[in-house]
Design a protein around this ligand. Structure first.
Ligand code: T3D
Length: 274
């Protein structure tokens, strides 16, 4: 439902990173096709900008994201049931894949309630912070749906089957603090500190050795899917690439010269293979 003149996603250039703010606060930033387009457009802009070396996703107002805009699913205004597989494939799967495969680190600050696919998007990011009291409301089963936007995958991997099943079947909720205690997200911080913490973290990643960070993301993700022997070989190959990078030379020099490193973030094209 496109009932606003403000952009549904606001793009701000930060200190070496881009901040993408979901901006439909009256609906707790529920997803419309326009908001999906805004997010995809913001990611494309961030990817194309060499000065941008990380992305932070957050929400405006008191919510992070309430999932799909249910006003666009009002059965009274439809001829028949919607084809949700089309919507999930076209919008949510595309977005989750885009975030997961993004070329630069992506952080997320869950500034307030996250529900349904809003949680899936938050958990697709590389590092997720939340306000201590921000509710993560799984919710899907409460409206007769199943977890989507990768939520069934992320919950199960990070929490194990017992907790994932309990949350998914009951449509239960966790506070940001519980989500961090359970290992679902990186950290929970007092709400008033969240924006600063998330911005500092994202700026830190933006200043980091871009190639090594990209390889590290790949290594951590691969670890869940393969045996130790394969992971050891993957680490060996990645370290070979990292060891040839100017960032490594700079890191060692900075250590020896007792100063902070200044990473240029030069990309070795060969290491783009995942
Ligand atoms: O459809 C597809 O394409 C398939 C994909 C599905 C993916 C999904 O995400 S399905 C799940 C959709 N989301 C939900 O089921 C969550 C629905 N919302 C809630 O359960 C609650 O609003 C919250 C737990 C998120 C927050 O509760 P609370 O008490 O803090 O706030 P509230 O009063 O319920 O909501 C505030 C306003 O936001 C309210 O509008 P109003 O009455 O002030 O004009 C409410 O209607 C609106 N809002 C909240 N969530 C949505 C929404 N409007 C549209 N769509 C929403 N999802």
């Amino acid at each position: 439902m496109t009932d606003q003149t403000e952009p549904s996603v606001v793009y701000d250039a930060g200190d070496g990173y881009a901040k993408l703010t979901l901006n439909r606060p009256k609906t707790l930033n529920a997803f419309t096709p326009d908001m999906h387009a805004g997010l995809m457009g913001g990611l494309a802009r961030a990817e194309a900008d060499p000065a941008c070396r990380a992305v932070l996703i957050t929400g405006s107002g008191r919510g992070f994201c309430a999932g799909q805009d249910l006003r666009d699913r009002d059965p009274r205004k439809m001829d028949g049931p919607p084809d949700l597989s089309d919507s999930v494939g076209r919008y949510y799967n595309t977005l989750v894949r885009r975030i997961r495969e993004f070329d630069k680190p992506v952080t997320c600050a869950v500034n307030g309630v996250a529900a349904g696919a809003g949680i899936g998007i938050a958990l697709a990011c590389d590092i997720t912070l939340a306000g201590e009291d921000a509710p993560l409301a799984i919710g899907f089963s409460r409206i007769g749906l199943v977890p989507d936007a990768g939520t069934s995958w992320t919950l199960t991997r990070r929490l194990g089957e017992a907790r994932a099943m309990g949350l998914a079947l009951t449509g239960g909720r966790l506070s940001g603090r519980e989500a961090a205690d359970w290992g679902l997200i990186w950290r929970a911080v007092p709400g008033e500190d969240l924006a600063t913490e998330a911005e500092n973290l994202t700026a830190q990643l933006a200043r980091g050795p871009a190639q090594a960070l990209r390889l590290t993301r790949n290594a951590i993700r691969a670890a869940a899917d393969q045996p130790l022997d394969d992971q050891l070989e993957l680490e060996r190959g990645y370290q070979g690439q990292a060891g040839r990078s100017p960032d490594y030379a700079e890191g060692v020099l900075a250590f020896l010269e007792k100063r902070k490193p200044c990473f240029a973030g030069a990309h070795d094209e060969a290491e783009h293979s995942k």
